[in-house]
Write a protein that binds this ligand. Structure first.
Ligand code: ADP
Ligand code: MG
Length: 372
């Protein structure tokens, strides 16, 4: 008798969903990204019991059209990508149509949505664990979409236990991630709150629809943080083969005829390398590629190494957005899209390090020698 058999469909869905939604951070990340992709200017993230009981993201974006109700949570249904080639010109966070379908498989999940055209009425959408639409009902709702995730991993006992055990740490991690989204999203008002059982609701942090990242950082980390920051404005050139060429900073950067595809910029803010002004908190380090928050361990290492050669006792605050041609990296590396493959990373790191040394040298003048 043959021993090799296909895995039953529902189990395949559960197995794959568990790779897209691995923890609390993946839930918040996927939902906030969907809200940003929907053109929202206000995003509210609500946790109950640090996220163990509920994670809810409410936005004032486009809402969902009735024609899309049936397919919205089906696997690989997306409004953002239709062919593989579209990946290189991607302007949205999402592209695989996996988040909502995965959440159906791993939580008690529903959506409330309303479009401006439909007046004050909205629709509540309920789903099967497969992502199939189970039913709809009319509810009162403002324009936008609220996605509700209750009892995450309720049907995966081992993961649920793990989540319960580590929930305080997980909640800390999710706040750090949401800080990054709130800081990079200009023109979007963010509010994040947590309600403990029997406790009162506390606002974790909020931003006011600011026109620039500096004001977002002031809202999230306090206005004092700005006093220790200097602007990051590093630029490198790429040669015709898309390899990074000689390094340079803003001063010796010459404009190209076709700057869109040839330049790499690293924009943002970093602590001055002055002893006493850095912070001992590496979770205040945020990295982005074309405004997409992502984990860039090698880039982080390069920043920290150079900073430590000026200030050995502390870690810097870093907010660094790498602006690259969309052909020069790949976001489709891991199911949670946090890992990004940068082509020619070694050259980028070398250029980054020498540009940082130049930047710090220029800002190091006022530091008394005794402190170094
Ligand atoms: P993806 O983001 O990769 O397309 P998702 O499963 O996250 O996949 O979402 C599926 C689709 O549902 C999206 O393509 C989008 O059209 C719609 N959608 C999800 N969240 C929202 C939202 N907050 N507002 C409007 N539409 C949404
Ligand atoms: Mg998405």
């Amino acid at each position: 008798m043959a021993t090799i058999k296909p895995i039953e469909g529902r189990s395949v869905h559960q197995i794959q969903s568990g790779q897209v939604i691995v923890d609390l951070c993946s839930v918040a990340k996927e939902l906030v990204e969907n809200s940003v992709d929907a053109g929202s200017t206000s995003i509210e993230v609500r946790f109950k019991n640090n996220g163990l009981d509920l994670i809810e993201v409410q936005d004032n974006g486009s809402g969902i059209a009735p024609d899309d109700f049936e397919t919205i949570a089906l696997k690989h249904y997306t409004s953002k990508l239709s062919t593989y080639d579209d990946l290189t010109s991607l302007q949205t966070f999402g592209f695989r149509g996996e988040a909502l379908s995965s959440l159906c498989a791993l939580s008690k999940f529903y959506i409330v949505t309303a479009r401006a055209a439909d007046g004050p009425k909205g629709t509540k959408l309920d789903f099967e664990t497969s992502g199939k639409l189970k039913g709809t009902s009319v509810v009162a709702s403002k324009q936008g979409t609220t996605v509700v995730v209750e009892s995450l991993f309720y049907n995966l006992p081992v993961r649920r236990k793990e989540l319960e055990k580590s929930i305080k740490r997980e909640y800390g991690k999710v706040l750090a991630l949401l800080h990054a989204y709130a800081c990079i999203s200009t023109g979007v008002k963010f509010s994040v709150s947590n309600q403990m059982p029997k406790g009162k609701k506390t606002i974790a942090f909020s931003t006011n629809s600011n026109p620039n990242t500096k004001e977002n950082i002031a809202n999230v980390y306090g206005a004092k943080t700005l006093l220790m920051l200097i602007p990051l404005n590093l630029k490198f050139e790429m040669d015709a083969n898309n390899r990074l060429g000689s390094t340079g900073n803003a001063r010796n950067w010459s404009t190209q005829e076709d700057p869109g595809s040839r330049e790499v910029k690293i924009l943002g803010h970093i602590s001055r390398p002055v002893i006493g002004e850095g912070r001992q908190t590496p979770d205040r380090q945020m990295f982005f590629v074309n405004s997409r928050p992502c984990a860039l361990p090698q880039v982080a290492k390069a920043f920290n190494e150079v900073y430590r050669s000026y200030n050995i006792t502390q870690s810097p605050f870093i907010f660094a957005d790498i602006k690259l041609d969309t052909n020069a990296y790949d976001v489709n590396v891991s199911p949670d899209k946090r890992t990004i493959l940068l082509h020619d990373q070694t050259t980028l790191l070398e250029s980054l390090k020498s540009a940082l040394v130049e930047l710090f040298e220029a800002h190091d003048q006022s530091v008394p020698q005794a402190q170094l």
